[in-house]
Design a protein around this ligand. Structure first.
Ligand code: HSE
Length: 397
């Protein structure tokens, strides 16, 4: 019997409870032990809950209980999740989390404490919800150097962009629907401005390269400026627009960014709709792989959390090797110097003449669009006027 505690009984926490209570037999078969929830920590009252005796508001009940071997942190936010996780690891308890903000910010320190204490800090659910992606990078693809990792890492923005493309929906209505379905972060800015995807690509790049990538060093643009005409011009190119977290990992350096990108319909990622996420990995021996599934939502996210609980229970006396180290010097490539192609939208039709080799997309409601050849951001900005806008094309394979 292994006793566990859930910190936070919100969307994900209640999903974790539901899975542990529902799949009891299967979880025992896979982990080798019964898994019993001994506490649920939440500041709210749950007097109508059938197991209301499990609830506590005092974290010390959990921390000081030696029977609790695994702490499941699904509270979200940095504080007090950081302090609680650190205290649990320092006390020799395994910690499992879905908290990407915490992993992206304090992951190095928490992994180091876990290593010192011989316990596990596992965070599969922090990236791409229910899609297994961190374990494949760390284990199944261990034979490869991962040269690229990129994908649709935010369900809310993908839901919004899908509605804009398929239904001509308005941005605000699509966002409200995503929030009502429980996909969006409490503060939707984290989704629509790309901060959530930025943390996820930083975690992916850190794990894939073995060197910590600070999300603050990942240039990030959101989707709030995308217009109906952008959608229509992309469609004319037989393409869609998706918010992409992108990282290239070569020769000990990392080029990373989060931005809306134009993706041709021939790319498998173009079909990834609604709240679904997809992550593409390019390994130097395996070539390209794409992982696809539900990137947000109660049960898919809880599914990844509970899989980590099973792994922690299986390795209750042992540490799974899961680490990254701090970089020695700057490993980040200057993003302004990386050439790529852009879809430019402008009211100034003559602008295209200053872009040698550009191909014209067309004209719509007084606006004009074209695709540039590969050029750096610095070169692009030197040519654009105040009212011109651009969206990057997904870099070619
Ligand atoms: N708000 C996030 C998303 C939740 O929409 O993808 C999952 O991390």
């Amino acid at each position: 019997m292994v006793k566990v505690a859930i910190l936070g009984f919100g969307t994900v926490g209640s999903g974790v409870y539901e899975i542990i209570k529902t799949n009891t037999t299967g979880l025992k078969r896979k982990s080798g032990s019964d898994i019993e929830i001994k506490y649920i920590l939440d500041i709210r009252e749950f007097d109508d809950h059938p197991e209301k005796h499990l609830f506590t508001k005092n974290y010390d009940d959990i921390l000081n209980d030696e029977e609790v071997k695994v702490v499941i942190e699904v509270m979200g936010g940095l504080h007090p999740a950081y302090e609680f996780s650190k205290a649990a690891l320092s006390a020799g308890k395994h910690v499992v989390t879905s908290n990407k903000e915490l992993v992206a910010t304090y992951g190095t320190e928490l992994l180091n404490i876990a290593k010192e204490k011989g316990v596990n800090y596992l965070f599969e659910a922090s990236v791409a919800g229910g899609i297994p992606i961190l374990r494949p990078i760390n284990q199944c693809l261990a034979a490869n150097d991962i040269e690229k990792v990129y994908g649709i890492l935010n369900g809310t923005t993908n839901f919004i962009l899908t509605k804009m493309f398929k239904e001509g929906a308005d941005f605000a209505d699509a966002l409200s629907e995503a929030q009502a379905l429980g996909y969006a972060e409490r503060n939707p800015e984290a989704d629509v401005e790309g901060h959530d995807a930025r943390r996820k690509i930083a975690i992916l790049a850190s794990l894939a390269s073995g060197i910590f990538v600070d999300y603050n060093d990942v240039p990030t643009e959101g989707i709030t400026k995308i217009t109906k005409n952008d959608v229509a011009f992309a469609a004319k190119m037989n393409s869609v627009i998706k918010l992409v977290g992108y990282a290239e990992l070569t020769g000990g350096t990392v080029y990373a960014r989060v931005a809306p990108m134009v993706i041709p319909c021939a790319h498998q990622m173009s079909d990834v709709s609604d709240v679904f996420n997809a992550v593409v990995i390019h390994g130097n021996f395996v070539d390209d792989l794409m992982f696809y599934g539900r990137g947000a939502g109660k049960l898919p996210t809880a599914s990844a959390v509970v899989a980590d609980v099973v792994d922690a229970v299986k390795h209750i006396e042992r540490r799974i090797r899961l680490m990254w180290k701090m970089p020695e010097g700057n490993i980040m490539v200057d993003p302004t110097k990386v050439p790529t192609q852009y879809m430019v939208r402008t009211t100034n039709k003559a602008l295209v003449e200053s872009f040698a080799g550009a191909s014209v997309i067309g004209e719509l409601d007084g606006e004009f669009a074209f695709v540039t050849c590969e050029m750096t951001e610095t070169e692009l900005f030197a040519k654009l006027g105040e009212n011109d806008s651009f969206i990057r094309l997904l870099p070619k394979a």
